[in-house]
Design a protein around this ligand. Structure first.
Ligand SMILES: Nc1nc2c(c(=O)[nH]1)N[C@H]1C(S)=C(S)[C@@H](COP(=O)(O)OP(=O)(O)OC[C@H]3O[C@@H](n4cnc5c(N)ncnc54)[C@H](O)[C@@H]3O)O[C@H]1N2
Ligand code: MOO
Length: 401
């Protein structure tokens, strides 16, 4: 059996960065910016007032100084003239500062009578002017690749970028297998259960940036599985669920092999998730996830979501990890790397008491996976010493590593 790190490397070797496409700015949120984008303008494009008040010359600011108001500058409407000695221009937030002026006195510090103003006594040094280019200059870049957050969308808009180059979303086809499976909302027979994994995986991979197709469940026959693989094309990644183990009805590997799958590996030294398989089927990588619900979700988090990010050009990186103090004593670990469902509270990590890989209720309570290396020695609960810290994978929401 290969290690988790070896399996992840083999999976990354099956992927490549997808091509770039252009989308309108409104459709770019959450997408991956494909390359550096260059600002088409300077912001602000002119020195702008940051307050409502009066624009005048700094060297004339002194208590009780008197000025004549010669005009007005509002946002979108500059004052065309020049401010000379003894003159001021009424100005509003966002307006271009008129020529000759280099200071804005806020209106609260001014007394106005007709077109004359008198300054108050506590004006201070702040000029209340935002310099041209104070935010960014034409030619500055927003660097890619990166996942575009709302703040990035605002920045691109200000840069006057209406069409955004993004990496195409990986098309993922999810094929659940098993005679026992029906869709949510259907009426299961006495021996049937709901195909929960497909929905959890779809949510996980869509969140990672994929465009997910859920195929009809394949029955436990070679013909139905073959049909499922046909329906999976075209895809950038085919993910099967179930039928990966050694039972008489576990047909994914033999049928995929018959269709020409070149196997990269089968079985990983991890718990849960041991019967994971992967390879290339036609042009697309294929990952065969184990059927147990938690196994499928853990493998999705540790392997498939990182593959999606690699295809988006975000780099070949494992799910993020951090360390946290252990809140409870732990016995010696087993031979496989163990991804234990755990909770984080007050910065400390606690494994949940039941770790059966069928328990979705436990997975839903978890907000982290506690990673125990193979043959981990017993661990005492942390007493605020660094040596008692344990690795945890993924962030608070397991679907978003
Ligand atoms: N003799 C052995 N038996 C098993 C071994 C083994 O090494 N030797 N490995 C066990 C482990 S570990 C796992 S994990 C499972 C993996 O089995 P399969 O990938 O073949 O999965 P299935 O048998 O099809 O299903 C297992 C379990 O999960 C349920 N399931 C399947 N698909 C879905 C779905 N889309 N949504 C919800 N639940 C699903 C299925 O009904 C079964 O209960 O094998 C062990 N056995
Ligand atoms: O590997 Mo299975 O995934 O332990 O339940």
């Amino acid at each position: 059996m290969i290690s988790v790190a070896e399996a992840l490397d083999a999976l990354f070797a099956l992927t490549h960065t997808l091509e770039t496409e252009k989308v309108p700015l409104r459709a770019a949120a959450g997408r991956t910016l494909a390359c550096d984008v260059t600002a088409r303008r300077t912001q602000p494009p002119f020195a702008a007032s940051s307050m409502d008040g009066y624009a005048l010359r700094r060297d004339e600011v002194e208590p009780d100084a008197l000025f004549k108001v010669i005009g007005e500058a509002a946002a979108g409407h500059r004052f065309e003239g020049t401010v000379k000695a003894g003159q001021a221009v009424r100005i509003f937030t966002g307006a271009p500062v008129p020529q000759g002026a280099d200071f804005v006195v806020i209106q609260e510090d001014v007394t106005r009578r007709g077109d004359l103003i008198t300054l108050g006594h506590s004006i201070g040094d702040k000029d209340n002017i935002r310099p041209a280019g104070g935010d960014f200059h034409a030619g500055d870049t927003l660097s890619g690749p990166r996942v575009l957050r709302p703040a990035d969308i605002a920045l691109l808009a200000a840069m006057n970028i209406a069409i955004v180059p993004v990496v195409r979303r990986p098309r993922v086809a999810i094929l659940a297998t098993g005679d026992e499976l029906v869709q949510p909302g259907e009426d299961p027979g006495p021996d049937q259960i709901i195909a929960s994994n497909s929905y959890g995986l779809a949510a996980l991979l869509a969140d990672a940036g994929a465009e997910v197709r859920l195929l009809p469940v394949a029955r436990d026959t070679p013909a139905s599985l073959r049909r499922g693989f046909e329906l999976a094309q075209p895809a950038d990644l085919i993910v099967t669920i179930g039928g990966a183990s050694v039972g008489d009805h576990d047909l994914v590997a033999p049928v995929a092999a018959e269709l020409g799958m070149q196997q990269a590996f089968y079985k990983v030294a991890m718990r849960p998730g041991k019967p994971l398989m992967a390879g290339r089927l036609g042009d697309a990588p294929m990952v065969g996830l184990p059927g147990n619900p938690v196994s499928a979700m853990v493998c999705g988090t540790i392997f498939v979501a990182p593959m999606i990010r690699a295809m988006l050009g975000l780099g070949a990186h494992p799910a993020p990890r951090q360390t946290a103090p252990l809140a409870t004593d732990m016995p010696e670990g087993g031979p496989r790397e163990h991804y234990m469902r755990a909770t984080l509270a007050a910065g400390c990590v606690t494994p949940l008491p039941r770790q059966d890989s069928a328990l979705l209720g436990v997975l839903s309570q978890a907000d982290a996976l506690l990673v125990r290396p193979p043959h981990a020695p017993p661990r005492a609960r942390a007493r605020l010493s660094r040596s008692s810290r344990s690795d945890i994978a993924v962030d608070r929401k397991m679907e978003h590593p």
